[in-house]
Design a protein around this ligand. Structure first.
Ligand SMILES: [Zn+2]
Length: 373
């Protein structure tokens, strides 16, 4: 990570507290709600347990959606259309072709434009609901930024795909007394549980320790059905609406779904009296120093490189002109040469596609950087 390139002007979209462009602006055209009676949420208001009063609470609420993949897109789609007043969508990745099977907010144009998932989700959802506030955070969550990212939110929605991220979320939500609706899905099965700090068991009661790398199946290694994530995300969003209107009954249950065998079961999750997080308030994942390491997620043939490249995407795009296929947007630049692709985000993160070997990835990065004129 030795490249030093001068910076060009920033994109016109103003930066958010995490450095990525913020997308809360109102579109300039007249929206449907300005020209027609405001009946947007009428079916939801007719539903007696919510009613007009419940809808007002939903419209006044804020939610953070952490991870905008299969779960996160279904969650964001549901909560935006349900009228949650402010949605902060947080994701580190960009849209790829193999996401489209289940990540409902994205399309082939997002793939071509290498759109970050959070920004693409906001772009699509703004067309569905222009009266709520939508914020995109294109960044990797860590112990250094998670408290800021969920600050001010009434509920946190887990759209992540790994235990480490959930344990961090669990700590952050306990520390800030914020409810969190967790879920995990692989193949045709999924589980979901809702943490209400002080009232329910927490995620660490379910998963006391971090499993060894590569020992738990993921969507990349064991596959995933669209219906699995759609069903469990719907259950998560229903729990969120109940939380937001004050109709959630805290429980010590984990809900388990198997969409292939058509099973929905409840299992008791006892609160662990020795749980470091919810019993002793020791937030080991939140208080740990952020650790960066090269990671090669199984089944993706790509490497996320540790460290930050001090190079502006706009400058790189200019310098790479003619070297291969270059895509530039407000958040990243990508260069594809043959079977290899390098993606450099505005915050300096780098992903190399076409290998799962970190050493080879660094070599590819250096080779492609050397093509810069
Ligand atoms: Zn616990």
């Amino acid at each position: 990570m030795s490249a030093r390139l001068s910076r060009t002007s920033r994109p016109s979209c103003p930066p958010s507290p995490t450095g990525s462009p913020s997308c809360g602006a109102t579109p300039p055209i007249a929206a449907a709600h300005e020209t027609e009676p405001d009946v947007r949420y009428i079916r939801q208001e007719i539903f007696e347990p919510i009613g007009t009063e419940g809808q007002h609470k939903i419209s006044a609420a804020s939610a953070a959606i952490v991870g905008c993949g299969a779960l996160g897109t279904n969650i964001a789609n549901n909560l935006a259309r349900s009228g949650v007043g402010r949605l902060r969508i947080i994701d580190r990745d960009f849209v790829e072709l193999d996401n489209l099977q289940r990540q409902v907010l994205f399309d082939e144009d997002d793939v071509r434009r290498r759109m970050p998932k959070a920004a693409a989700a906001v772009e699509h959802l703004r067309r569905a609901n222009s009266v709520i506030r939508l914020e995109a955070e294109v960044c990797e969550i860590s112990s250094a930024n998670i408290a800021r990212l969920i600050a001010g939110c009434n509920v946190v929605m887990d759209g992540t795909d790994n235990v480490e991220a959930r344990l961090l979320l669990n700590d952050a939500c306990l520390a800030s007394a914020t409810p969190c609706v967790f879920a995990g899905a692989v193949g045709a099965t999924a589980v979901t549980m809702t943490l209400v700090p002080g009232q329910t068991p927490c995620y660490r009661c379910l998963m006391p320790e971090l499993p060894a790398p590569g020992t738990t199946p993921t969507a990349s290694t064991a596959g995933i059905l669209h219906s699995t994530t759609a069903v469990v995300a719907a259950l998560q969003c229903t729990a969120a609406l109940r939380l937001l209107i004050g109709a959630f009954e805290p429980s010590d249950e984990v809900l388990c779904v198997d969409v292939w065998d058509r099973e929905l079961t409840r299992r008791r999750l006892p609160r662990r009296p020795d749980c470091p997080a919810c019993a002793h308030h020791r937030y080991e994942f939140l208080n740990a120093a952020p650790v960066e390491r090269d990671t090669a997620p199984p089944g993706t043939n790509s490497v996320r490189l540790a460290g930050r490249l001090d190079a502006d995407p706009g400058c790189l795009a200019e310098a790479w002109r003619g070297a291969g296929t270059v895509v530039l947007n407000d958040w990243l630049v990508s260069l594809r040469v043959g079977e290899h692709e390098v993606i450099v985000f505005r915050d300096g993160r780098c992903i190399v596609k076409g290998t799962a070997d970190p050493a080879a990835a660094r070599s590819i990065l250096n080779r492609l950087l050397s093509l810069a004129r």
